[in-house]
Design a protein around this ligand. Structure first.
Ligand code: AMP
Ligand code: GLY
Length: 423
């Protein structure tokens, strides 16, 4: 079969790598892809938000399955348009992708169906928000309603900071139309865990857990980023946590969406916080996490095409989802200055060192081909991932592998997986 993957980051490279292992697949395309994806797929220069371009291409090439990796096209309704044109696609339709597309929606869903999360209020109006903030407990969390590249969340320690936050989101519209509406949420404390799952709208299968490192600097300092590294599994995701989430969160979310007439087929990403009062949902995403996918997918035993087909066909209940009894660590190599300002177009050396090395992956996040040379083309450049028999071994392997590649201004965190030592 022929598969088209939509997206261009490390997540899509990890998906493409899993797809390439399926013996059902003869040819992989990626729109628009990147230089690394280009080594295992044919990249076509169609942007992820060019729905007509993607639909025309899928028709022309008789694509059997389109896998939409990114949030923007999912929230925008790409899967609906593909389906309307008779093209099979993996990912939620627009009316279900709203689970990530609107924080006001997801908070209301959780409240209505008693899914544990932080207390909150929703505001469409800056003055009403300011009035509410006068009586709030601090710190408090402000969230722009819509997609904001993971940046629309502000944690404010004082009333003054919160006033500035309201101005940033609702008045200055720093996150664009995402800030027309805002959620004000109770601040929670605890460890964060990312849990990805597959669902067919009725059944849900949980993948192995992972933890992201969102801040740019060591010891969680500096600005929020898309993610600087991950490890899987999380030693903090205990059997007790798993039991609680199975009872109160996972199936409850799928059922809630179905009850609302918004059947969710695809990947639900549960961003959890393990608070002293128990696990709480921080956020939902409607797709694989990045860089979570880079540590979770290499550990998956199943043929990814079988699992995706089961999600589409409503037969996930028959699938036994299995993961290797090992561990993985991903260290992101970024361009110094990310997430603010950084150079692009710098040649990358040493990529060949990964060839033929079992258990090591160099996922490309932001790379491009310039002539015959692979160059940097984004803030996050590569996701260097290694497997190991346990987390410590995987971490050692991943950091060793970060030395195999180089480019000018190469930057990484040195404490990915440090939390493992505290487990
Ligand atoms: P979100 O995009 O909703 O996951 O928020 C981004 C990050 O902000 C999360 O990964 C948390 O680190 C932090 N955050 C979000 N909501 C809260 C909350 N209610 N309490 C504490 N931290 C939060
Ligand atoms: N790593 C977090 C995300 O993909 O949203």
């Amino acid at each position: 079969m022929k598969v088209l993957i939509v997206g261009s980051g490390g997540r899509e490279h990890a998906i493409a790598t899993s797809v390439s292992k399926s013996d059902k697949v003869d040819k992989i395309y990626c729109a628009p892809g990147n230089a690394g994806i280009g080594l295992i797929a044919e990249c076509v220069p169609i942007k992820a938000m060019d729905f007509d371009g993607i639909t025309d291409f899928a028709k022309k090439e008789s694509i059997d399955l389109v896998i939409v990796g990114m949030d923007d096209p999912l929230v925008g309704g790409l899967v609906d348009i593909l389906n309307e044109n008779g093209i099979r696609a993996f990912g939620p339709k627009k009316n279900a992708a709203i689970l990530e597309g609107s924080k006001a929606f997801s908070k209301e869903l959780m409240k209505k169906y008693n899914i544990p999360t932080a207390g909150y209020e929703t505001f469409d109006d800056a003055d009403a928000a300011l009035k509410y903030l006068k009586g709030s407990k601090y710190p408090v969390v402000l969230k722009a309603d819509g997609l904001a590249l993971g940046k629309g969340v502000l944690i404010c320690n004082t009333y003054e900071e919160a006033c500035d936050g309201v101005k940033t989101i609702m008045v200055d519209k720093q996150f664009g139309a995402s800030g027309d509406r805002m959620v004000i949420e109770e601040f929670m404390t605890g460890r964060e865990v990312s849990v990805l799952s597959f669902t067919d709208g009725r059944s849900i299968r949980i993948m192995t857990s992972a933890q992201d490192h969102k801040r740019a600097g060591d010891n969680d300092t500096g600005l929020n980023t898309g993610g600087m590294g991950t490890f899987s599994p999380s030693p903090f995701y205990t059997a007790e946590v798993d039991d609680f989430c199975k009872k109160h969160i996972y199936q409850a979310t799928v059922d809630a969406m179905a009850a609302e007439g918004r059947e969710f087929k695809g990947v639900i990403f549960f961003g959890l916080m393990l608070t002293p009062e128990g696990p709480r949902v921080l956020e939902y995403n409607c797709r694989f996490g990045d860089p979570e996918a880079q540590v979770v997918l290499p550990r998956m035993k199943n043929d990814i095409i079988d699992v995706m087909n089961a999600c589409i066909d409503g037969t996930l209940g028959d699938v036994d989802l299995q993961f290797e009894d090992n561990a993985a660590v991903c260290v992101v190599l970024a361009s110094d200055g990310y997430p603010v300002k950084y150079e692009k177009g710098l040649p990358i050396r040493g990529l060949e060192n990964f060839e033929g090395r079992d258990g090591y992956y160099c996922f490309h996040a932001g790379t491009a081909l310039k002539g015959d040379t692979i160059v940097t083309n984004g803030g996050r450049v590569l996701g260097v991932t290694a497997l190991g028999s346990d987390l410590k071994q995987a971490r050692e392997n991943a950091y060793k592998a970060t030395e195999w590649v180089s480019f000018d201004n190469k930057y990484m965190r040195h404490d990915i997986g440090k939390a493992i030592d505290e487990a």
